[in-house]
Design a protein around this ligand. Structure first.
Ligand SMILES: *Cc1c(COP(=O)(O)O)cnc(C)c1O
Length: 431
């Protein structure tokens, strides 16, 4: 395929390329295994000496076709689909870290990732230092240790809507000889391609905008192929020294730019197995085909809603990078000139209960844990996703106790605004 195809074309036609007489839609190969006439041929597949399919825990044609589309959209060399966004972030990190290692991550990240890094990975012997993403380069540098293996951040943070200075993060990571991993779930490659700004690995929860229909939970890990692992071989023995569980194969030597991706499949997927069902990858691909259209409409609707909230006296504060006086407006214009996403964070004058009353008064906008869906939806992290955290911990994670996460959908914007207005009229705060 032409390498210079634009994003919209890749959304529609990237990845799967049907040959003469083949189905136009990516086939669902819902099969655990693949048959061979010659046992020696299958042995070569096991040795990674030949490419081909043998068991869907390692590779499946439907999953691979959709992974290829996401790799093309991000401008990467390889992509692996996972069964969830959580699995994607875990695999992206665990592919280059082991017990005794350390990572540095922005503290303005998705609650699930915050817990994965701060609690669960700690039990595996991998420690995380959280940093304020707006800290100076010197302050970021201070978080690094000799055993630090990567730096992590989100393009647009969930739920705080902070915009990452990707170039600054990449500079600090590379100065320390480690890759920058960016979770690009909210921006999607339609609005931001982190590799163009120095990120080395990108992750996604494909559950969100990429799917857009709230039909499947999934994730993706994309490698730019740009990070020179061998130049820092002592830090990354898993990639740069022989893997005993693969007959002494050294991933980066044997597979070059595909070393990181190959290890993730051949070792992590083999042993941990968080693959998506082929059916789910098929559904994800249906979503990807309209991602570019939906993202444009999400941004347009969210801009109108953010401007309305900004001017309403019952609203205490609004975080949306499309607002001219937003703290991240300038940075968002640099990294995401076409728009950021449909998610707005805001607070109402009043207390935690005011937020709950507002949400309960909504009629069309749905109260769900989900975000970044075609349907408008709303969540109060302090009462829902983050309810285990104290106000202090919430603040440490960049989440105000009154924060309402409004995910603006692609319905008619007048209907979205009408619903918000009638709910505001019911909360009893005087204009
Ligand atoms: C939802 C989300 C995740 C986790 O993804 P799941 O698909 O729910 O496992 C990770 N990162 C971000 C930014 C998210 O919004």
């Amino acid at each position: 395929m032409n390498k210079n195809l634009k994003t919209a074309t890749l959304c529609v036609q990237g990845g799967y390329q049907p040959k003469n007489g083949e189905p136009i839609e990516v086939p669902i190969i819902q099969s655990t295994t693949f048959k061979y006439d010659d046992s020696n041929e299958m042995a070569q597949l096991f040795d990674l000496k030949k490419e081909g399919y043998f068991y869907s825990r390692l590779q499946n044609p439907t999953n691979d076709a959709v992974a290829l589309k996401i790799a093309q959209l991000e401008g990467g060399v390889g992509c692996v689909l996972t069964s969830s966004g959580q699995a994607a972030n875990f695999y992206a990190v665990f592919n280059i870290c082991e017990a005794g290692d350390h990572i540095v991550a922005s503290n303005e990240i998705y609650g699930g990732t915050f817990n994965l890094f701060g609690v669960t990975m700690k039990k595996l012997g991998i420690e995380c230092t959280f940093v304020n993403p707006d800290a100076s380069e010197e302050e970021l540098q201070a978080a690094f240790r000799p055993n630090t293996k990567l730096l992590f951040g989100e393009t647009i943070s969930n739920p705080g809507c902070a915009v990452l200075d990707i170039e600054k993060f990449a500079r600090v990571a590379h100065r320390n000889g480690v890759p920058l991993i960016v979770d690009n779930t909210f921006a999607t490659p339609v609005n931001c391609r982190p590799f163009e700004w120095g990120a080395d690995i990108v992750t996604h929860s494909t559950t969100k905008y990429m799917d857009g229909t709230a039909s499947q939970v999934g994730g993706a890990v994309v490698d730019s192929g740009n990070f020179d692992w061998m130049a820092h071989a002592e830090k990354f023995p898993g990639l740069c020294t022989p893997d005993e569980s693969y007959h002494g194969l050294t991933y980066v030597k044997a597979f070059g730019k595909m070393g990181y991706t190959t290890k993730l499949v051949a070792q992590l997927m083999r042993d941990l197995g968080s693959i998506p069902a082929p059916m789910n990858s098929f559904i994800l691909n249906l979503g990807l085909q309209t991602l570019h259209l939906r993202m444009a409409q999400h941004c347009k609707n969210a801009q109108a809603v953010a401007e309305f909230l900004h001017d309403d006296p019952r609203v205490a504060w609004v975080h949306y990078s499309g607002l001219k006086d937003d703290r991240y407006h300038e940075r968002a214009m640099k990294y995401m000139p076409k728009g950021s996403c449909g998610v707005i964070a805001f607070g109402l004058k009043g207390d935690r209960d005011t937020a709950v009353k507002f949400m309960d008064s909504l009629q069309m906008i749905n109260i769900v844990t989900h975000v970044a869906d075609a349907r408008s939806c709303v969540l109060h992290p302090a009462s829902h996703t983050h309810r285990q955290l104290t106000d202090e911990q919430l603040k440490a994670a960049g989440i105000a106790p009154d924060l309402i996460r409004l995910s603006v959908g692609i319905e008619d914007v007048d209907d979205i605004l009408d619903d918000i207005k009638q709910a505001l009229d019911q909360i009893g705060v005087r204009k």
